[in-house]
Write a protein that binds this ligand. Structure first.
Ligand code: FMN
Length: 198
């Protein structure tokens, strides 16, 4: 059985995330990100959670990708973690904004050189004729930045989701799961907690 013993959903998230880091064989920070553009049709994919604090949940990507284009016209999204080993799920909903240039620079600089080159070589989500085309682009940027720092492309940055709703789900016997949703009317306003039927 699960019952939150904190009224701060970020604290609750941090505890479950620490459990996931200890229990999951890989990528405990992998989360489904659901977005929808102006046509209202949702699309979902996995991204990695790279920062969590009282401001929200941050991830990094190519801003010209499908998700980037959708967030441009509709800056609302949902995140979903499923930690299989722990039989737990966390669902998060809220508004999304770009991280600062300084944050994007700092995270980009922390990535391996190959990943920084890859950010230049990949026009994420756009059609690619074949793999040799991608490898040729990698070789071109490797040559261009040989012996130099690889700068951050203007189209590569991060987003932070400011949550208005965070639900914690813990598996229960006979599908009698425990679900608690923390919600608030706006950033900085108080959270309320509600138990939900499974
Ligand atoms: C475990 C895992 C982690 C991933 N992490 C990221 C990530 O942090 N950023 C990213 O842009 N794509 C990441 N991807 C790739 C995305 O799922 C997706 O293919 C890509 O971002 C293009 O999505 P879009 O066309 O909807 O924009 C990851 C995929 C997996 C399976």
């Amino acid at each position: 059985m699960f019952e939150p013993d904190t009224d701060d959903p970020f604290e609750q998230f941090r505890r479950w995330f620490a459990d996931a880091e200890a229990a999951e064989p890989n990528d405990p920070n992998a989360m489904t990100l659901a977005t929808a553009g102006s046509d209202g049709r949702p699309s979902a994919r996995i991204v990695l959670l790279k920062d969590i604090d009282e401001r929200g949940f941050a991830f990094f990507t190519n801003t010209e990708s499908q998700k980037g284009q959708q967030l441009e016209v509709n800056p609302f999204a949902a995140l979903c973690f499923h930690w299989k080993s722990l039989r737990r799920q966390v669902r998060i909903e809220g508004s999304v904004a770009s991280v600062s240039e300084a944050e994007a620079d700092a995270y980009y600089a922390s990535r391996q050189r190959g990943s920084r080159i890859g950010a230049w070589a990949s026009q994420q989500s756009r059609p690619l004729a074949d793999r040799p085309t991608l490898l040729a682009a990698v070789a071109r940027f490797e040559a261009e930045y040989d012996g130099r720092e690889v700068p951050r492309p203007s189209y590569w940055s991060g987003y932070r989701l400011t949550p208005l709703r965070i639900e914690f789900w813990h598996d229960g016997e006979f599908r009698l799961h425990d679900r608690f949703v923390f919600s608030r009317a706006g950033d900085g306003l108080p959270w309320t907690i509600q138990r939900l039927f499974p």
